[in-house]
Design a protein around this ligand. Sequence first.
Ligand code: PAF
Length: 292
Amino acid sequence: VTGEAGAPRDGAPAGDLLVVRSRRELAGALARAPRPLGLVPTMGWLHAGHRSLVARARAECASVAVSIFVNPRQFGDPADIAQYPRNEARDLAICAEEGVDLVWAPAAEDVYLPGFDTLVSVGSIARPLEGAARPGHFDGVATVVAVLLGLVRPDRAYFGMKDAQQLRVVARMATDLALTTVVACPTVRERDGLAMSSRNVHLSPQERAAAPVLHRALAAGRARWEAGERDAETIRTAVREVVATEPLARLEYVSLADDATLAELRRVDGPALLSLAARFGTTRLIDNLVLG
Ligand code: PAF
């Protein structure tokens, strides 16, 4: 990847990787992109999880586009967006390594045109869990993803299972509005079980050492289910007990919900999503496992 501070001129090729910023340049690049086209929407600070999304897109599509846009409309807290990690030069180098064909890294004005006044609001699946903890978050996600899909028009769009509810919200919207095919990709974890996330960079060394408790707790819940336990509250309690062993973890919620509707369960009789959110200092992490 070439260019000053990793920011090539609009449309300038960087190795085999083309980096575009304006809508006009994007349209020109897309007109030349072989189909099927896969899109990996990101907010940058790429990690092994994003690499796995690109690898899947590479395997299934003739060309792969990555969007890098830190979307202001999905952050409730201005401090959260201010401290969101950014390093475009590093992101472009990773895209080049992974064989991405096209990166679209727009400014906010290229995504939200003057007078932009539309909100895409997905229904019941967006309300519990992260939707309840972060009011407006999924409206912001669904709106920006609708714009990204509308401009890129990919044949497939790739999302990670780590953000389990986001995946379901986006898939619902993409189906309802006939936008694209959403492909769900497995969570990528560090060796100690911590789910890859751009937010992990904010953990202090002590918090980083403590954070794998989340996966251990989910695994304990899954072990109860695998042993035959079907009472949902017993499984939630098993998860809470493991999180409680870690003094640096401040648990926000543990959920065991129907995998399709995200309604909380009393009994686990079919596929279910076991998920949680917890804070380590100022860093809020989420994780999940699917049962069944
Ligand atoms: O998961 C993310 O990185 C973002 O929520 C997404 C899907 C790129 C929308 O801004």
